[in-house]
Design a binder for this molecule. Structure first.
Ligand code: NAD
Length: 339
C-alpha cells in the first residue's frame, strides 16, 4: 500500500524501514506535519501514517479522501486528533497501535517523579559547573508517601505496581473501570476528587476525553494537599496550565513533572533552539525551579518504537488484504485510550 508517512523523524524512518525490510510496503517519508496546508502532499497515496500532533479534522480528512487516501494509520494509541466520524462518513479506515510498550511510559513516569523529587536535573547542572553545594536540593522519600493514580489501564497499572511494590508507597486509584491487577495489589479505588484531595503525588494515566479535559483545574488544585506533586505523562489538556502556574506561584503545588503540554503541537518534536517562543504560558512554566518538562518522550524506547513500526505495518497489510483490522477505530468503537 502506497503510504505517505507524515511527521517523520529519523527514528521513525529507522524503525519503520527495519520493520519493512522485505519491502512489502511502499513508504514515502515526509517531514511535514499533517494539516490542511500539507494534506495535498498525500495526493495519489492510498494511506497516510501519522503521529500524535498531526491534525486530522474533517477538513483534512476530506482533502485526503479526495486525493485517494483510504487509510489513516496512527503510529500511536491515541486518536483524539482524528475526527473519527468524518473518516467513517468518507469511508476512510482509521487504524492505531493500541498498546506498544506500557512499560516505556510507566518507567518514564517514575523516572520523572524521582528526578523531580530528588532534584536530579538541578544537581547535574550544578555539578557541571563544579558547584557541589547541596542547599536547595532536599527531596523527600517516596517510601510511605500517598500516590494517587488516575487511570489504571495498561500504563497506570504498571506505575501503581512499581510504586507500591518497588517503593512502598501507599497507592490509591481512580478509574471508572477497576483493574483486577490493581485491586490484587491491595490498592483501593476511591472517587477521583478523593484521589486528588488526599495524595502527596498525583499521576495522570487516563485518556483525554470531554470528561477528563482540565481534570486538574483551579478547584482540583485548591482541594489538594499543600505541596503535592503532579506528574502528567498522559495528555497535556488533562491539566489547566494557567491554573497550574497559579498553584505554583501560590506555593500550593510542590512540584510538577510534565511530558505533555496542552499546546504542545506548536512546540514539541522540533528543534526550536534558534527560535523566539511565543507561548508565554509555556515559557512561564519553565521558569519554576520545581517544574520538570520533557517533550513527549515517555514512549521513546527501542522496544516501543519497534512495536509501533511492526503493528503499523501489520495494520496496513490487514486493510490491504480487505479485512477490517482489530485495531480499527470506528465511531462505535471509541472506548480505547489515547496514547
Ligand atoms: P488504557 O486505555 O490502557 O488506560 C486508560 C485508563 O483510563 C482506562 O482504564 C480507562 O478506564 C481510564 N479512564 C478513562 N476515563 C477516566 C476518567 N475519567 N478517570 C479516570 N480514569 C479514566 O491506556 P494506556 O495505554 O494506559 O494509556 C494511558 C494514557 O497514556 C493514554 O491515554 C495516553 O494519553 C498516554 N500515553 C502517553 C505517552 C507518552 O509518550 N507520553 C505514550 C502512550 C500513551
Amino acid at each position: 500500500m502506497r503510504t505517505a508517512v507524515f511527521s517523520t523523524k529519523p527514528y521513525d524512518r529507522e524503525f519503520l524501514s527495519a520493520a519493512n525490510a522485505d519491502g512489502a510496503h511502499d513508504l514515502a517519508f515526509l517531514e511535514a506535519r499533517l494539516d490542511a496546508a500539507t494534506a495535498p502532499l498525500a495526493e495519489g497515496f492510498e494511506a497516510v501514517c501519522v503521529f500524535v500532533n498531526d491534525r486530522l479534522d474533517a477538513e483534512v480528512i476530506a482533502i485526503l479522501a479526495a486525493g485517494g487516501v483510504r487509510v489513516v494509520a496512527l503510529r500511536c494509541a491515541g486518536f483524539n486528533n482524528v475526527d473519527i466520524a468524518a473518516a467513517a462518513r468518507l469511508g476512510v479506515v482509521v487504524v492505531r497501535v493500541p498498546a506498544y510498550s506500557p512499560h516505556a511510559v510507566a518507567e518514564f513516569t517514575v523516572a520523572m517523579l524521582l528526578a523531580l523529587d530528588r532534584n536530579i536535573p538541578r544537581a547535574w547542572a550544578r555539578v557541571r559547573e563544579n558547584n557541589y553545594a547541596l542547599d536547595g536540593l532536599i527531596g523527600r522519600n517516596l517510601h510511605g508517601r500517598r500516590v494517587g493514580v488516575i487511570g489504571t489501564g495498561k500504563i497506570g497499572a504498571i506505575v501503581a505496581r512499581i510504586l507500591k511494590l518497588g517503593f512502598g508507597c501507599e497507592v490509591v486509584a481512580s478509574d471508572p473501570f477497576e483493574n483486577p491487577e490493581v485491586t490484587a495489589l491491595g490498592i483501593p479505588y476511591v472517587p477521583r476528587a478523593e484521589v486528588v484531595a488526599g495524595s502527596d503525588v498525583v499521576t495522570l494515566h487516563c485518556p483525554l476525553t470531554p470528561d477528563t479535559r482540565h481534570l486538574i483545574d483551579a478547584a482540583a488544585i485548591e482541594s489538594a494537599r499543600p505541596g503535592f506533586f503532579l506528574v502528567n505523562t498522559s495528555r497535556g489538556a488533562l491539566v489547566d496550565t494557567r491554573a497550574l502556574i497559579a498553584g505554583l506561584k501560590s506555593r500550593k503545588i510542590g512540584g510538577v513533572a510534565l511530558d505533555v503540554y496542552e499546546q504542545e503541537e506548536n512546540l514539541f518534536f522540533e528543534d526550536l533552539s534558534n527560535e523566539i517562543i511565543e507561548d508565554d504560558v509555556f515559557q512561564r512554566l519553565l521558569t519554576f525551579p520545581n517544574v520538570l518538562v520533557t517533550g513527549h518522550q515517555a514512549f521513546l524506547t527501542e522496544e516501543a518504537l519497534g512495536n509501533i513500526a511492526d503493528t503499523t505495518l501489520a495494520n496496513l497489510a490487514e486493510v490491504a488484504s480487505g479485512r477490517m483490522p482489530a485495531n480499527a477505530v470506528t465511531p462505535t468503537r471509541r472506548a480505547g485510550p489515547a496514547g
